[in-house]
Design a protein around this ligand. Structure first.
Ligand code: NAD
Length: 499
């Protein structure tokens, strides 16, 4: 598939891609595929104003009708799944299967959100006063800025946007400056749905093209009620305090340092498949990628050679080609960070298998690597950091308590898992004294979550929750109502106050 064919299929023609200052390259071969115009600070102000105006109208549209727009977005996504999935692969370098999976995730969350649009439930509450009724209602909150990372260029937008839209909030999307084309293509899909819907207010869904400065303008604006930001811990540390200082609402989805504990009773066949998918999938560039493997000493010498032999046969190359399982790193900086981490691991006594750059003569401007397995004597500082590359650190343990303590002894708290067929071990891992992550799995890897559950993590991962379960509440304001239908005015707590 040529690059031009992929762009053409999503309706991005040369006239939209050739005039601007933002150079967009494909990690497949490092070539430039677009030069986009960037929004200025004034443009961002105007976009926010349009979103605020759209809110005035959209909040009055009944929830189920808002759901109809999201249903149409899901329908359009189904029609354009192949084209958008290929663009995801072209622009961020994940293999086509994963690109298609990302679009499927968008479709799934649209379906989920349509259901939610009829279930924006509050409680009815027993009042302590006679002739009084209490209830809780949920109202739209305001414009929602969605700042996204390069590695999941489209699905996290949809986790947020599908819910925000049914909850009555307009959305303003600032995609990663490394992957703006997928956002423009998605916006075209949304516009088709809006045209079919008929009377969606102008400014209901907008895209801001730009880098950190554009993100900062959205974050600082008091007219942006919600900032949902996905990216590095460094970004979260900048965004969180700015939103908090103006008492805005912030949903942070930041870095992970995800581990798997492999116990003696584990089904190693399943474990090997889960480890490889979650450690090398998306070339180790998922927030939920498996980065640390904590293996019981009795099975270490069986598991590690099996992994090394699967790693030796991994098909690495053009992510748009059918047989490929591992695509390129996003850019030169990612490759530099990977090599730097491997050097630090070696200095700490780690034994590194793999990790070298490959295909450099065919693609001097692209960065393909052999995924690395690194046997570590202990969990040193480099292991406690998130390096956004396919590096799997492997360590031994003897007692489960010790493995869980090591598992939790990192700053991040996104995803985790245990492979074991011993119910005592698996239940301990899921209990209050087990994994401290937002996601904890048994006998599946840490990556590849379904949309039905709430997604997010603790500690440096930022504490946000998106997607399924009751994450919709993050996009609405809660109101407690007390209604007096009696002819008296009793005060709560039995207070008397006669005038
Ligand atoms: P990044 O932090 O460099 O950029 C993410 C986004 O934040 C970009 O759109 C960027 O322009 C914007 N940004 C950066 N600084 C900002 C600021 N001060 N104010 C406003 N916006 C700002 O991240 P990346 O390299 O694109 O993505 C990789 C990181 O994202 C990894 O750490 C990964 O774990 C994390 N991630 C987390 C999740 C999750 O759901 N927890 C999902 C995907 C990626």
């Amino acid at each position: 598939m040529s690059h031009a064919t992929v762009l053409d299929a999503v309706g991005l023609g040369p006239s939209e891609l050739g005039e601007g200052t933002l150079s967009v390259t494909t990690p497949i071969d490092g070539s430039e595929i677009a030069l986009l115009g960037e929004h200025s600070a004034d443009d961002v102000e105007e976009i926010i104003t349009r979103a605020a105006t759209a809110f005035e109208a959209w909040r009055q549209v009944p929830g189920p009708r808002r759901g109809e727009l999201v249903r149409l977005i899901g329908e359009e996504l189904r029609t354009h799944k192949e084209a958008l999935g290929a663009l995801v692969a072209l622009e961020c370098g994940k293999i086509l299967q994963e690109g298609l999976g990302e679009v499927q995730e968008m479709i799934d969350i649209c379906d989920f959100a349509v259901g939610v649009s009829r279930q924006l439930y509050g409680l009815t509450i027993a009042s302590e006063r006679p002739g009084h009724a209490m209830r809780e209602t949920w109202h739209p909150l305001g414009a929602c800025a969605i700042i996204t990372a390069f590695n999941f260029p489209v699905a996290p937008w949809c986790w947020n946007a599908a819910l925000a839209l049914v909850c009555g909030d307009p959305v303003v999307w600032k995609p990663s400056e490394k992957t703006p084309l997928t956002a423009l293509a998605t916006q075209k899909i949304v516009e088709r749905a809006m045209a079919r819907f008929g009377d969606a207010p102008e400014g209901l869904s907008q895209v801001v093209i730009g880098g950190v400065e554009a993100g900062k303008a959205l974050t600082a604006s008091p007219d942006v009620a919600i900032v949902s930001a996905t990216g590095s811990v460094r970004m979260g540390r900048a965004v969180g305090p700015v939103v908090a200082a103006r008492f805005g609402r912030c949903i942070l989805e930041l870095g992970g340092n995800n581990a798997m504990v492999v116990a003696p009773s584990a089904d190693l066949e399943l474990a090997v498949r889960a480890i490889v998918f979650s450690a090398v999938g998306t070339a180790g560039q998922r927030c939920t990628s498996l980065r640390r493997l904590i293996v019981h000493e009795d099975i270490y010498d069986e598991l590690v050679p099996r992994l090394r032999s699967v790693y030796a046969g991994l098909p690495i190359g053009d992510p748009l080609a059918d047989e490929i399982l591992v695509g390129p790193l996003i850019d030169a900086q990612a490759h530099h960070n990977m090599q730097d981490a491997l050097d630090r691991a070696r200095a700490d006594g780690g034994i590194v298998h793999g990790g070298e750059r490959i295909l450099a003569s065919e693609h001097p401007d692209a960065f393909y690597v052999n995924p690395a397995i690194v046997e570590m004597p202990s969990q040193t500082e480099i292991v406690r950091e998130e390096t956004f590359a396919p590096i799997l650190y492997v360590m031994r343990y003897r007692e489960l308590d010790e493995a869980i303590a090591q598992h939790n002894d990192v700053p991040q708290g996104l995803s985790s898992c245990i492979f074991s067929t011993d119910v005592r071990e698996t239940e301990q891992f899921l209990s209050a004294v087990g994994s401290d992550c937002g996601i904890a799995n048994v006998n599946i890897g840490p990556s590849g979550a379904e949309i039905g559950g709430a997604f997010g993590g603790e500690k440096d991962t930022g504490g946000g929750r998106e997607s399924g379960s009751d994450a919709w509440r993050g996009y609405m304001r809660r109101q407690t109502n007390t209604v007096n239908y009696s002819r008296e005015l009793p005060l709560a707590q039995g207070i008397t106050f006669e005038i």
